[in-house]
Design a protein around this ligand. Sequence first.
Ligand SMILES: [Fe+2]
Length: 385
Amino acid sequence: MPFYHKLGKIPPKRHTQFRKKDGNLYYEQLFGTIGFDGMSTNSYHEHRPTMVKEIRKQYSVKPKIAKANNIQSYRFRGFQVPPENDYLESRKIVLTNVDCNIILAAPKQSTKDYFYKNTDADEVIFIHKGTGKLRTMLGNLDFKYGDYLVIPRGIIYKLDFDDENNRLFIVESYSPVYTPKRYRNWFGQLLEHSPFCERDLRRPEELETYDEKGDFLIKVKKQGEIIEMVYASHPFDVVGYDGYNFPYAFSIHDFEPITGRIHQPPPVHQTFETNTFVICSFVPRLYDYHPNAIPAPYNHSNIDSDEVLYYVDGDFMSRNDIDAGHISLHPAGIPHGPHPGATERSIGETVTEELAVMVDAFKPLQVTEEAMKIADEDYYKSWLE
Ligand SMILES: [Fe+2]
């Protein structure tokens, strides 16, 4: 995050002696990104964070590709992804390219007997259904419906759910996830025209510290494989840290929509940016107020982006027959637009209750076998009159 955060106990000066009550030193760890140039956190541990006891096994979780070169528009029925007990096994990659994975998951159980660390990618977890607590080595975040949880790569975490009814839309990004640059000044502060500000970004305020030795399993994702590593000390043994690199939460309900007299383009909905895709939030808002405005979007051909819309809640004015949990994929190279009747239907409307998350990927997305299990193969003909 482009602002400073401090939690727990830290010494007054970095890289100096910081001792426990018994006189022994805490173990300092600089946790950085982009070499030593990106955001970093300086944390203090009860035990060495390097005590690997055993590497048990390694297996691929790479997606199986059904359509590598796709120009067909699809609808995927996301809620048809079956719930599974285990969090990692529940994660189904539906769309993928060299920059990101788009994942649907319906985990029934909390992560109990292992910890998870993604070394490949930052993760943005959108909570469609479910409440609970994200537990990390750098503190905890409560979550509920509508939250984005942004977890930078390398953060060790667990997800605790309050019950079995959970639906997650997850984006893994191989480049860092930031807030949009145009909404920040040269110090990183969010500007007045930003649709959200620092007060809306929830940072960890609760730090759990376990001074325990034993066998602690961390499932580490690296280059599309899970590597099961056993550590000799509890991964959540941080007594304090400060810096800029930590997980945070942002609720889609705190996104303040930007509206206009005529139809505003998708960038006004932008919430996060990376070098390779953007994430946008479509939230309830007043419609365009020019007397002759057409609130429905015009046909558009974003020749450079594959557009993925995940429908969350409300009425999706531009689409016929779209429900919560559905994903539409409108690939680069061909135009798409409102369904027949949607333009006329929108005229005179003053407000929309739609809630959706959009991912615009700059490189083409491949469709996986998991996606084909929930695909509507005829969706691409849905504009025929
Ligand atoms: Fe679009």
